[in-house]
Design a binder for this molecule. Structure first.
Ligand code: PMP
Length: 427
């Protein structure tokens, strides 16, 4: 039973005391008071199947007991900054995290968020190369501080701040992009940016492995290997932003970049790393990490014992409960069922993604690909009323983002499909 403040009171306080830029889903926003594995509960004790996991921040399941236990135990023992003393939690987690990465990627810098991780990654590429120019991909989201806002590229969501030395390359979007699924053609654009827009030398390139906020866009095959080659020839470093696609979410691999057959120079992560705890990280090679001996990188709470104890518990749960395998199995099943739904509903223009990072793009006209913006909001409200929470995104705001906790079951997938089917039928 919940007898705390109700939605109306929270809304009143929000409008008076919180940022006017905050937004919420649903005509009547939900007051969520509790979470348990793949479920969320509102103020009236109504249960919802969570197919959004707080924008993919929860991987093991809401309030997973092992993670809660690790955090509570560490909180009652010591909560502290790790900057000037030793503590085993940060070292243990760094070691465990490094073991999940390929090649020589083994030096970890902890942060509190994805934004901080990407800001640090930008700093490292610029220090290492002595260059300033960064290439990022249109429709990307990388964070909300000055550098990361500049590399983010979607004006529709009012994200952009222009900054010199940043170049936004064509988005290798197989559904809407000019070259369809031909990754190498899009990669030519990066090569031309280097040739015509820079001195020929660049600091680096950053990209998500599957765009999350941008509407679950899988980069056209062949794109990343070709771009990495161009960037490295121009002396730059390649950053993989795994904030959403990391931590087993894509099912086939632990990291999203692995499906593209590449090994980045720097990997950034957040969200799933802490199952909801504020935590982020940058992982790079010992050689590249050396540049931070020339500048002091100092982060009061980055890598604190409470969050890193939680992070270590997350890795153990992922392994113990074989959640990557589950993401692959249930995610592929859900994708197949979504594809079948596409045959039934004309409004579904595209179904895409991997594992438990899936997107369903709604269009009012399949040929013109006209974004079905109003329809998606309406369908989301309907689904909520039937007990299912799903996200939305994409440049046009017309893509369902399906990123459940990785403990989502086949039965959950069936229920999800049934509810989406009814909601789309009612449009
Ligand atoms: N990168 C990606 C791919 C993201 O999706 C996000 C958050 N949506 C970020 C970076 C920024 O992370 P944070 O909100 O933790 O700063």
């Amino acid at each position: 039973r919940y007898d705390g403040p109700r939605a109306a009171e929270i809304l009143r306080k929000r409008s008076e005391y919180l940022s006017p830029s905050m937004f919420y889903f649903y005509k009547k926003p939900l007051n969520i008071v509790e979470g348990k594995m793949q479920y969320l509960f509102d103020q009236d004790g109504r249960r919802y199947l969570d197919a959004f996991a707080g924008i993919a921040t929860v991987c093991c399941g809401h309030c997973h007991p092992d993670v809660v236990d690790a955090v509570v135990r560490q909180t009652s023992r010591l909560q502290h900054s790790t900057v000037v003393y030793l503590n085993h939690a940060i070292a243990d987690f760094a070691e465990a995290l490094a073991s999940k990465l390929p090649g020589d990627l083994k030096v970890v810098f902890f942060t509190n968020s994805g934004t901080e991780a990407n800001e640090l990654a930008l700093l490292i590429t610029r220090l290492y190369t002595g260059c300033h120019d960064i290439v990022s991909v249109r429709n990307a989201y990388h964070g909300n501080a000055s550098g990361t806002m500049a590399i983010t590229a979607q004006y529709n969501w009012k994200f952009n701040v222009t900054q010199s030395g940043v170049h936004h390359a064509m988005n290798p979007d197989p559904y809407r992009g000019a070259f369809g699924s031909d990754g190498e053609k899009y990669a030519r654009d990066v090569q031309e940016i280097i040739e015509f827009g820079t001195s020929g030398q660049v600091a680096g390139f950053i990209s998500e492995s599957i765009q999350g906020v941008g509407g679950i866009v899988e980069l056209a095959p062949g794109y990343l290997p070709a771009v990495y080659e161009s960037i490295r020839k121009a002396g730059g470093l390649c950053i993989a932003d795994e904030v959403q696609s990391g931590f087993a979410r894509t099912g086939s691999h632990f990291w999203g970049f692995e499906a593209h057959g590449i090994v980045p120079d720097i990997v950034t992560m957040a969200k799933g790393i802490g199952n909801g705890i504020p935590l982020g990280a940058v992982v790079t090679t010992p050689e590249i990490a050396q540049v931070l001996t020339r500048r002091n990188y100092f982060n009061t709470f980055g890598g604190n014992p409470v969050c890193t104890a939680g992070g270590l518990a997350v890795l153990r749960v992922l392994e113990k409960e074989k959640l990557q395998h589950n993401a692959l199995l249930v995610g592929s099943y859900l994708k197949d069922r979504l594809k079948a739904l596409q045959e039934k509903h004309e409004i579904i223009g595209d179904v895409r993604g991997r594992g438990m990072m899936l997107g369903v793009e709604l269009v009012t006209d399949r040929k013109q690909k006209t974004p079905a913006r109003t329809e998606i909001s309406h369908a989301m409200d309907q689904m909520k009323d039937m007990g299912v929470l799903v996200g939305k995104g994409g440049f046009h705001g017309n893509v369902f983002r399906i990123t459940p906790p990785l403990c989502f079951t086949k039965e959950d997938a069936d229920f999800f499909i049934e509810v989406m089917d009814i909601a789309l039928s009612k449009l």
